[in-house]
Design a protein around this ligand. Structure first.
Ligand SMILES: [Fe+2]
Length: 283
C-alpha cells in the first residue's frame, strides 16, 4: 500500500504562485492508494478558497483522498458547511453528550442567520480497503473556530473512541492538524489527552502538519510500553514558507518492513517548479 501525505496548501492569499499543473503532474507520477491531507487547506476559510482547493484535490489521481481541517480552515462560521460542500461530504461524528462539550463555538447559536451547519467540529472515521487490508483512518479536528491554537474536545475524543471500539479494521492511522510531539507558537493545548488516545487505540502512525516544517519523530512510553511515530509534513504550497519546506511525503509500502519514505521538496523557479527528492529508510 502506498500513501501520499500532503498538508497546508493554503489556497487564498498565502498560496504560492507556483504552477498547480506542474505540482499535480508530480503528485500524479506516484502510484498512490490513499492520499491524506492534514489541513490548512485554505488561508481564511472563504468559500472561493475551499472551492479552488476542492478543484485541485479532484485532479489528484487517487480514489481515496482523506482531508481534515486545520486552524486556517476554521476562520469562518461557515467552515463546516464549506468543508462538506467543496472538500468532502463526510459523515461527521456527533458528540455522545452535547452538554459535555467544552470547546468554544463547537455549536453556533441556532439563531445565526443562514448557517446550515451549526455544529462546527469535523471528526470522522474512514474505512478504506486496499488489497484486502482494511485501513481505519481516524480524523480528529484539533482546531477551534477563530483560533490558531489547537484543542481537541474531550467529549468528542470520548465519542470517537467509542466509534473506533465498534469498528473492525486491520490497521489504524490517525490524522490531526496540530502535532503532539513537537510544536510551535500555536500549540495543541491538550496534546497529552491525544497521546493517551493514541496509546489506548494502539495507534502506531500519526500524521500532522501545522508548523510547515518537516519532522519525523518516534516516541517511546516506557511505562505503557507503547511507541508511535509522528510524521509532521511541511507545507505543500504556501508562499509564507521557504522553498525547501514546501513538500509532500510519499510512503512506499507503507507500514511494512520494506517501507521507503520519499521527501519531495518543491521549489518555485520563475514559471517552473524544481523538485528535490530525498529517500528515507526508517530503521
Ligand atoms: Fe498552515
Amino acid at each position: 500500500m502506498n500513501l501520499l501525505h500532503i498538508s497546508d496548501m493554503h489556497f487564498g492569499p498565502r498560496h504560492w504562485q507556483g504552477s498547480s499543473e506542474l505540482l499535480l503532474e508530480k503528485l500524479n507520477s506516484y502510484a498512490t492508494d490513499i492520499v491524506i491531507n492534514t489541513g490548512d487547506i485554505t488561508t481564511d476559510a472563504l468559500g472561493m478558497e475551499f472551492e479552488a482547493a476542492g478543484k485541485f484535490l479532484s485532479l489528484i489521481d487517487c480514489q481515496h483522498i482523506v482531508s481534515i481541517p486545520g486552524n486556517h480552515d476554521k476562520r469562518n462560521m461557515r467552515s463546516a458547511e464549506y468543508f462538506n460542500q467543496y472538500i468532502d461530504n463526510v459523515e461527521v461524528i456527533r458528540p455522545l453528550d452535547r452538554e459535555k462539550c467544552s470547546k468554544k463555538n463547537i455549536f453556533l447559536d441556532d439563531n445565526v442567520n443562514g448557517i446550515k451547519e451549526h455544529f462546527t467540529d469535523i471528526n470522522f472515521l474512514k474505512n478504506i480497503v486496499i488489497d484486502g487490508v482494511s485501513f481505519l483512518v481516524v480524523c480528529l479536528d484539533s482546531s477551534e473556530l477563530y483560533e490558531d491554537n489547537g484543542l481537541v474536545d474531550s467529549e468528542m475524543l470520548r465519542t470517537v473512541s467509542r466509534a473506533i471500539d465498534k469498528a473492525s479494521y486491520d490497521q489504524i492511522i490517525l490524522l490531526n492538524h496540530h502535532p503532539i510531539l513537537d510544536t510551535d507558537s500555536d500549540p495543541l493545548f491538550n496534546s497529552r489527552t491525544v497521546i493517551q488516545f493514541v496509546i489506548k487505540h494502539n495507534i502506531e502512525y500519526f500524521f500532522c502538519g501545522h508548523s510547515h516544517q518537516l519532522s519525523m519523530m518516534r516516541s517511546t512510553d516506557l511505562y505503557h510500553k507503547h511507541s508511535f511515530t509522528q510524521y509532521k509534513n511541511g507545507s505543500l504550497s504556501s508562499v509564507n514558507t521557504p522553498d525547501d519546506t514546501n513538500m509532500f511525503l510519499y510512503f512506499e509500502n507503507f507500514g511494512s518492513a520494506e517501507m521507503i519514505i520519499h521527501v519531495v521538496r518543491a521549489i518555485v523557479e520563475n514559471e517552473s517548479l524544481k523538485f528535490r527528492v530525498e529517500i528515507i529508510i526508517p530503521k
